[in-house]
Design a protein around this ligand. Sequence first.
Ligand SMILES: [Mg+2]
Ligand SMILES: [Zn+2]
Length: 195
Amino acid sequence: MSKTNKAIFIDKDGTLIPDIPYNVNPDLITISEEVIQGLQLLQNNGFLLIIISNQSGVARGYFPIEALKGVEEKITELLSEHKIAIEAFYFCPHYAEGAAKEYVVNCDCRKPKPGMILKACEEHNIHAPSSWMLGDILNDVEAGNRAGCKTVLLDNGNETEWARGDIRTPTFLATGFLRAANFIVNYTKDAVKTA
Ligand SMILES: [Mg+2]
Ligand SMILES: [Zn+2]
């Protein structure tokens, strides 16, 4: 049977929240009003919201994997004040050149690989072609495209290398989170109209 849910897969650092490299202190986590509005729009249009985040700080030995629980809880708390629900969080703790032995692997989940998205689709009955990966670097775009999703690159200055290619080309390049959300919602409505 084909999968029935649609989702927005959202990168955490630099997309959902301001990027503070390797931060796991919940007190430093903030979510902008624009992101709140964008998430509400997406949620109201029937998308599940799922976080897809590389957390190589675990493998690098910067923080224990348990610290990500606090991050998850803080984000959940900040969003629940606005009646926004995150369906699930997926973190990749791996890094091939790390220091914390058990996480030093060349895994299938570290973006640009699509492992976390594919797993989320399986676990939450998500139809990838109706879903989107939204991130601030081209590795997010590649992961989304490889998983068979549509993609939006949030062009906020965090992508600095611009290593391009077909698989790294987003469906849409957005200058802000709310614009990205509006594009996705309108694209989906147009697709329904012409179907
Ligand atoms: Mg990012
Ligand atoms: Zn991984």
